[in-house]
Ligand binder design. Structure first.
Ligand SMILES: Nc1nc2c(ncn2[C@@H]2O[C@H](COP(=O)(O)OP(=O)(O)OP(=O)(O)O)[C@@H](O)[C@H]2O)c(=O)[nH]1
Ligand SMILES: [Mg+2]
Length: 243
């Protein structure tokens, strides 16, 4: 995974306000204390994106945990007006540049497009998509800066990174371990989505493999292929309790 801290450090220094974009499905795991430390005294707005993929009661719980946060669904354009108001409130009529930062794949570029009202920043279900900074004008006074995703320096947990989608599902070396970790964390959602009964993570993968006919030549469950499918569906935001 390429390291983009050089670009991000520069943006954090240059920006007046920082938007830290978290994935609402894994807020703690996509929080980035290093970025907060680097932001120093600057205003930081926590943006919990992908709110359309979590239950309302989860959002309510998280609201208490992250007081200065805004929930948004970039996909469904929810919460964007509130976010813009918050930026304007901090800006107090001054021209501001707003650095949009966070883990890979949390939806930084999508948040920018949702604020802009049309597609200006390139997005992708594959993590590590944005590779340079990009300045996008939102209003005469508000400029957003899109940045590549970065991980805290000490973040070495490859399984966690694959689980949250920060490492792409096509690239991860241990899809089975990452999928098991994901199932451990989101068992109800995953079992409901694939229509299998809740059991131990390894059993869940096996049941999904059989149901979706992901079998090896010998006819047994193809765990790696199934695990990658689960990680892909998660990363693409297909898995949700809401439908
Ligand atoms: N369901 C849902 N999907 C979203 C939302 N925001 C972004 N996505 C999806 O999440 C994936 C990543 O979005 P990007 O905006 O490219 O994420 P990024 O943080 O810019 O990613 P990198 O540039 O790779 O770090 C894409 O498939 C988006 O369609 C959202 O609010 N809801
Ligand atoms: Mg991006």
């Amino acid at each position: 995974m390429k390291n983009f801290w050089g670009i991000v450090n520069h943006v954090v220094k240059q920006a007046d306000i920082i938007l830290l974009v978290l994935d609402a499905r894994f807020p703690e795991q996509t929080d980035n204390p290093e970025l907060i430390e680097k932001a120093g005294e600057k205003d930081i707005i926590y943006v919990l994106n992908k709110a359309d993929l979590v239950e309302r009661k989860t959002l309510e719980r998280l609201k208490k945990k992250y007081p200065n946060c805004i929930y948004i669904s970039s996909k469904e354009h929810q919460g964007t007006t509130m976010l813009l108001h918050k930026i304007l409130e901090i800006a107090q009529g001054q021209k501001v540049s707003v650095g949009v930062v966070g883990y890979p794949n949390t939806g930084k570029s999508s948040v920018i497009n949702a604020l802009k009202g049309r597609k200006s920043a390139s997005t992708s279900p594959h993590s590590g998509h944005t590779k340079a900074k990009q300045l996008i004008k939102i209003t005469d006074n508000v400029y957003l800066i899109d940045t590549p995703g970065v991980l805290p320096y000490m973040e070495r947990d490859k399984i966690k990174l694959a689980m949250i989608g920060a490492e792409d599902f096509t690239k991860t070396k241990d899809p089975d371990l990452a999928a098991m970790e994901l199932i451990k964390n989101k068992k109800k959602m995953i079992c409901k989505f694939y229509g299998v009964k809740e059991s131990a993570p390894e059993k869940v993968i096996e049941h999904i493999a059989i149901k979706y006919k992901k079998l090896s030549k010998g006819g047994e469950a193809n765990i790696n292929e199934t695990a990658r499918m689960i990680l892909r569906d998660w990363q693409k935001g297909k898995i949700t309790l809401l439908h």
